[in-house]
Design a protein around this ligand. Structure first.
Ligand SMILES: *Cc1c(COP(=O)(O)O)cnc(C)c1O
Length: 366
């Protein structure tokens, strides 16, 4: 089976872990500091704070933006559940707005309409590895005096013009989960140019700690370990090479799949660098098979395609309960029925791409 994701562990990662094990310092220490410095440099931000998940990074970002009960946070219904759960953790109100059909990301026009006096933050997602509409969202956030949080969990290395993902907002959030473009099994990073945000995140990851046994506020244990930071630092050195391989694979897929009836290949917006965390097709009603039928046949033929995401977020019971219903976000709801992602990671070979293309053409009688 050609898998949808494959973490790449090489000798460098193994050596880095061994070094930490031999040092005896396994918790947050010098390797975390090293990762933070390298990550900030890579993203072009002043600060980076290492955390133990992308979810923790988003929670820290919302806390730094002083989001709490009575505030509203605008976000997309078409993302991973971890984009939205941290909003609920703060006690704030979720304001969902629909996406654009072209790239499946937040529609700035809809975001602008959803702004109220209570809007405290906007969380945009660089979905599948392509930066969101940074210029439009940043201008809306500025006018509304709200914090723009970039969920860049899928987008390490992506660019908007020359600006790196993680710097496309007031606060950037990354995940180092095993399936992400660079990874350490579990992990996360928050990026920002603001000293007070970085300090807030450092307190929040450690019980609100301000000094030895001094706790100024509520916090959590969101620390990353040196073992995982050592892996992530090695991965970060390879990020651009991983991205180049993903981009080559995506280019070959798009060239091969162009012009098939009912198949829409990924749309890349002008002046944006897509890092293809996922290579996602839309299978419309004009195709010979439905998306689900195609998924099944592909799996039978050894192609581990995936659906990101099979349901919009407002379809999950704990979100629906907040007052959303089916039909509220028709573009996101249709996307959830039509998207399918093909293996695009660096380990996928040119020959495997050719086989995938032939298989899809055969199935869809193209
Ligand atoms: C992976 C991911 C997250 C959460 O990251 P974890 O490290 O799994 O907590 C958040 N948002 C998006 C869009 C993601 O893909």
């Amino acid at each position: 089976m050609l898998s949808i994701a494959a973490p790449i562990i090489e000798q460098e990662e193994i050596d880095a872990v061994n070094q930490v094990l031999k040092s005896g310092m396994l918790a947050q220490g010098p390797k975390v500091a090293e990762l933070e410095e390298a990550f900030a440099r890579y993203c072009g931000t002043k600060y980076a704070v290492a955390l133990n998940s992308g979810t923790a990074a988003i929670h820290c970002a919302l806390h730094a933006a002083s989001v709490g009960p009575g505030d509203e946070v605008i976000t997309t219904p078409f993302s991973f559940i971890a984009t939205i759960n941290p909003i609920l953790m703060t006690g704030a109100t979720v304001r969902l707005v629909d996406i654009k059909p072209s790239d499946f990301m937040l529609d700035p026009v809809a975001v602008k309409k959803a702004i109220t006096k209570k809007t405290k933050a906007i969380i945009g997602v660089d979905l599948y590895g392509q930066p969101y509409d940074y210029t439009e969202l940043a201008s809306i956030a500025r006018d509304a005096k709200t914090t723009l949080i970039e969920d860049a969990c899928q987008a390490v290395g992506a660019k908007y013009g020359d600006k790196m993902a993680g710097s496309l907002g007031d606060i950037g959030c990354f995940s180092l989960y095993a399936t992400k473009n660079i990874m350490s099994g579990e992990g996360g990073v928050l990026t920002t140019d603001k000293a007070d945000v970085a300090e807030s995140a450092k307190r929040f990851r450690q019980h609100g700690m301000t000094g030895p046994y001094e706790y100024a506020e509520l916090g959590y244990n969101y620390r990353l370990t040196d073992l995982l930071a050592a892996i992530a630092t090695e991965q970060l050195k390879k990020a651009d090479a991983f991205t180049a391989a993903r981009q080559r694979n995506a280019y070959l897929l798009t060239a091969g799949l162009k012009g098939i009836k009912g198949v829409i290949t990924p749309h890349v917006n002008k002046a944006r660098t897509h890092v293809y965390h996922q290579y996602t097709l839309r299978i419309t009603k004009d195709a010979r098979l439905t998306r689900d039928e195609l998924l099944k046949v592909l799996k039978d033929k050894g192609v581990g395609a995936g659906i990101y995401y099979p349901k919009p977020l407002h379809a999950y019971p704990h979100i629906a309960r907040l007052g959303f219903s089916s039909g509220d976000f028709p573009v996101a709801e249709l996307a959830a029925q039509e998207v399918i992602s093909l293996p695009v990671h660096p380990r996928v070979t040119e020959a495997e791409i050719a086989t995938m293309v032939d298989t899809i053409k055969e199935i869809l009688h193209a």
